[in-house]
Design a protein around this ligand. Sequence first.
Ligand SMILES: *Cc1c(COP(=O)(O)O)cnc(C)c1O
Length: 334
Amino acid sequence: MMPIDLRSDTVTRPTAAMREAMLRAEVGDDVYGEDPTVIALQERVAADLGFEAALFTPSGTQANLIGLMAHCARGDEYIVGMDAHTYKFEGGGAAVLGSIQPQPIPQAADGSLPLEVVERAIKPVDPHFARTRLLALENTWHGRVLPMGYLRDAREFCDHHGLALHLDGARLYNAAVALGVPAGDIARHFDSVSVCLSKGLGAPVGSVLAGSRVLIESAKRWRKVCGGGMRQAGILAAGALHALDHHVARLADDHRRADTLARELAALGLPAQAHTNMVFVDTPVERQAALKAHLAAHGIVISTGYLPTIRLVMHLDVDDDGVARTIEAFRAFA
Ligand SMILES: *Cc1c(COP(=O)(O)O)cnc(C)c1O
C-alpha cells in the first residue's frame, strides 16, 4: 500500500497528465524573456489576480523575498506577523539579503494583524527610525482564511498611512475556494501577491509574484541577483499551467476531507480542528513520538516537533480511502 504522507501539501508528485503537459511544453531561454510557456503562465496569473504583470520564481520564499525587495530599500521596514512565513520560516531573508528591517507583531487567532497594533508599530519620520514602508499579510495562515472585511480595512488603512500591502498567498487558491470567490477578489486589495504552485495545486516546482509592471520589473532584477533566473523553465511552467487548469476546484475536496478527519478525530476524543486543507490535533509533545511511530506502522507519515499541536495536511495524493485509513489508525492509537 502507498504511504499516506500528511506532513505537507508540498509532497505531491506530478500526475501523469501533468507530466504529459510538461513533456509537450514549448520552451525558450527565459532569462532572455523567450520562453513562451513561462510567458503564458505569467500572463495567466496576472490576469487571474487582476495585476498588470507577474513573474515566475523557483520558490515561494524567493517570490516573497524579491517582492519585499521591490517594495523596500535598505533601511526600510516592513510590518509582519510574528508567526508569518516571510518572517519566521524564510531564514530572515528580508533582513539578511534585503537589508529590510522586519517589525513583527503577534497575529490574532484568525491570522489577521490587528490594525490598531500595526498603527502603533509605524515609525515616525525621524532619523532614529527605519522607514515603515509595507504591511505583509498571509492568506491562508495556518489554513485560516482572512475575513474579506479585514482585507478591505487593511487596504484602507495602508492607503491612509502611505504603506504598500503585500500578500503571501502561498495558499491563496485555498482561501478563494473556501470563500467561493475568484482569487482576484482577494488579490485586488493588495499591491503584490505571491502564490505557490507547488503546494495544494500539485505542480512540482514554482511560485509566481504578481504586481504592477514597475514593481515586477524591479522584482525581475532582484530575481536575477538572487540566482533565480532560470532558462528553459517552460517545462516547469507547463506543470503550473496544468495545475491552474485542473487542480483549483478540487481544493474543495481537500477541505471536505480535512473537515471529515477533524470531526472523526474529535469523536475519538482527540481535540482536532480543520482549517481549509489542514487539521490541527492537540497532542502533548511527549506523546508525539509514540503517535508518529504508531502511524508509521500503519503507513501514515506525519511530522512532529516542538509545538503541542500536530498538523495533518490534505492534498492531491490523499483520497477518501486515505482519510479512512488515517481515522482507523488514530482509533487504534486512541
Ligand atoms: C510554503 C510557503 C512559502 C514558501 O514557499 P517555498 O516554495 O517552500 O519556498 C511561503 N509562504 C507560506 C505561507 C508557505 O506555506
